[in-house]
Design a protein around this ligand. Structure first.
Ligand code: AMP
Length: 278
């Protein structure tokens, strides 16, 4: 497994073999969700590169950039064991040298949800992913459905900027009790961790109601809210039922596939999850 630190090194790796390349961008502190993306890429491409970069430009000033969990040694071991061919480990100074001033803004689909809760977040995400794509020139890039809005922002960017890259969405990987895997789950106290599966139970209850024919957006949002509010350690940040494609919030009845997404806070930790209703 090659460990690369600069865009030039990643580009040289890519150009050393004309076969297909899969790419999995991550912020490290890897879990089974990341590894599932990497394994899918390995199965579908001649070679796979994984990047590990905690990207400062996608964190707000009061967010967890400095305390975001990191464990390079363990990450490298997991990726080596998985059979990944290259790991790209840039530093913030490499990605954003002094004088840096170029950013990518994706309009419409960056608004609402995480875009409202975290101003500037998707500008940072789109910018770093375009930079990573430019250095890696992948055939396919793999992203989790857990970050549903991010996936839509990056799909839009790829179409709008004519990038010759296939964006491959991958299903959410969950713990046995339903909690979506996330590097941030490590922030939870044992009590919060024990309570957190309420999120997926609430989403599933709404999906059951949807399957039984419920289409009233307020009723579905309220059902989820009531379930979450029954858990004293949980605080709702937002609950959204939005058009699955545009992410515009649905008022009245849903007539097309919808994305039910939410952020629930346990203490200072924001847990993001969603379920697609179609
Ligand atoms: P992160 O390191 O959190 O930036 O995530 C890197 C990639 O892994 C993103 O495409 C995420 O959507 C994806 N990912 C994170 N958690 C999960 C999960 N539980 N299931 C599937 N994909 C995930």
């Amino acid at each position: 497994m090659e460990i690369l630190h600069t865009p030039a090194a990643l580009r040289a790796w890519r150009r050393s073999d004309p076969g297909s390349a899969g790419f999995v961008p991550t912020m490290g502190y890897l879990h089974e969700g990341h590894l599932t993306l990497a394994r899918r890429s390995l199965a579908e491409n001649a070679r796979t590169a994984v990047s590990i970069f905690v990207n400062p430009t996608q964190f707000g000033p009061n967010e967890d950039f400095t305390r975001y969990p990191r464990d390079e040694e363990r990450d490298l071991r997991l990726l080596r064991e998985a059979g990944v061919h290259a790991v790209y480990f840039p530093t913030p100074a490499t990605m954003y040298p002094e004088g840096y001033q170029t950013y990518v803004t994706v309009d419409g689909v960056s608004r609402g949800l995480e875009g409202d809760a975290r101003p500037g977040h998707f500008r940072g995400v789109a910018t770093v992913v375009l930079k990573l794509f430019n250095a890696c020139e992948p055939t396919r890039a793999y992203f989790g459905r857990k970050d549903a809005q991010q996936l839509r922002v990056l799909r839009r960017m790829t179409i709008d900027l004519d990038l010759p890259i296939e964006i491959v969405p991958c299903d959410i990987v969950r713990e046995a009790d339903g909690l979506a895997m996330s590097s941030r789950n490590v922030y939870l106290t044992p009590e919060q961790r024990a309570a957190a599966p309420v999120i997926y139970r609430a989403l599933r209850a709404a999906r059951d109601r949807w399957s039984a024919g419920e289409r009233d957006a307020s009723a579905l949002r309220e059902l989820v809210a009531a379930r979450i509010q029954a858990e004293p350690l949980a605080a709702i940040d937002y609950i959204s039922l939005a058009d699955d494609d545009t992410l515009e919030e649905i008022e009245g009845r849903a007539v097309r596939p919808a994305l039910l997404s939410l952020v629930v806070k346990f203490g200072a930790t924001r847990l993001l999850d969603n379920i697609e209703l179609d």
